[in-house]
Design a protein around this ligand. Structure first.
Ligand code: EPU
Length: 337
């Protein structure tokens, strides 16, 4: 099924809650209906298009002059079992939290640490969502796509998705060229608690041990203490990525701040951007109607009526101050349109 909306108001379709208008939104519930629609509307396919999921990782700084493709399908089904693994396929429009809940309801392990992340199933592989020691890449078996140029459907194996820290080929070479229509996940029926995140391990133990429900409830509690609810305060989660720097850069900062948190990464040391921002004094501060959340400096918030430009103006100031103070250039995680 297809639904076309012209001159669409985007205010309620982005978690920052900033005002913007799209020329057209095309809602589709599966690959076939989208393919048939695009086959009949060559001009739309050849024009400017982008995919809009839950709008949880996007900042609109201007109106969108083109067509936003929005998945609405919520189909969820078990597609196979082998040894102690079960594969499930979910349509791109399914709410991520509904997906996590269904997996937990089926006793399947792998998605529980990713509870509470706002967004849709189709968006999960794009930025390889991650939290509390887990990432989408750990459970993505394959991603179904529709190529906008050829209208061919494909299934891309997880190992070919180029997953990295908040990265994938869908943000890279396939950006603007494909639409994700469904994702298949590979989950475990054998309990495999992932308690590498120290605070989570501690709290799960206090909550009665590592059951799926306990882990989910604990992650939600920890998240709730640090992250603002987008339904109440406009935000898009972490606005910046945690930078990875060379060991000598980290060592220089550590000499001045022996308590600096840091984590080994593939090509150096990951330093929490929230910590760097806090040290510049921006935590809890504001610039006009855009602010920094007082419990987690990685989160930029709409204090009410902020425009996309208000928020990017604040982001630029933060980037500049972190660069001046630490010589590290932090990059945005949120897509700025
Ligand atoms: N920290 C500070 N000040 C702050 C924020 C953090 O000093 O204002 C320090 C903390 O004390 C801690 C360290 O930084 O030592 C790490 O903090 P936290 O565990 O809160 O995680 P994060 O690195 O700030 C990342 C993800 C979050 C995810 C959490 C938990 C990124 C960009 N963000 O944040 O993901 O929920 O880990 O796993 O990697 C998101 O992507 O939208 C998101 C919220």
């Amino acid at each position: 099924m297809i639904k076309e909306i012209l001159h669409a108001d985007l205010t309620g379709r982005n978690s920052f809650g900033v005002a913007a208008v799209a020329d057209r939104i095309v809602e589709f519930d599966d690959a076939t209906s989208l393919r048939d629609y695009l086959a009949e509307h060559e001009e739309i396919r050849r024009g400017k298009t982008a995919v809009l999921g839950g709008g949880n990782n996007i900042l609109f700084t201007t109106d969108f002059h083109g067509t936003l493709l929005h998945p609405t399908g919520t189909d969820f089904r078990v597609t196979g079992t082998s040894d102690d693994r079960t594969t499930v396929r979910a349509a791109a429009g399914m709410d991520w939290e509904d997906f996590v809940e269904r997996c937990i309801g089926l006793g399947l392990w792998g998605a529980e640490n990713l509870t509470g992340i706002p967004g849709t199933v189709g968006a999960a592989p794009v930025q390889n969502i991650g939290a509390y020691g887990a990432e989408a890449k750990d459970i993505v078996e394959s991603v179904e796509t529709l190529d906008l140029a050829t209208l061919k459907e494909a299934s891309i194996a997880g190992c070919h998705c180029g997953f990295g820290y908040r990265e994938s080929i869908f943000k890279g070479i396939l950006s603007g060229r494909t639409v994700i229509t469904a994702v298949t996940f590979n989950l475990s029926r054998t309990p495999r608690p992932n308690l590498g995140y120290a605070a989570l391990a501690r709290e799960v133990e206090l909550a009665g041990g590592p059951s799926l429900e306990n882990i989910r409830a604990t992650v939600r509690r920890i998240r709730g203490g640090k992250l603002p609810d987008p339904a109440v305060t406009g935000n898009a989660g972490s606005f910046f990525k945690n930078p990875v720097v060379a060991e000598d850069v980290a060592a220089t900062i550590r000499r001045e701040y022996p308590d600096m948190p840091s984590f080994p990464a593939q090509e150096g040391v990951k330093i929490p951007a929230g910590w760097l921002i806090e040290k510049t004094g921006w935590k809890g501060a504001a610039l006009g109607r855009a602010g920094i959340y007082d419990k987690q400096a990685l989160i930029l918030v709409n204090l009410g009526g902020a425009s996309g430009s208000d928020i990017t103006a604040l982001a630029r100031r933060i980037i500049r101050d972190v660069q001046t103070r630490f010589g590290i250039r932090i990059a945005t995680e949120v897509n700025i349109w």
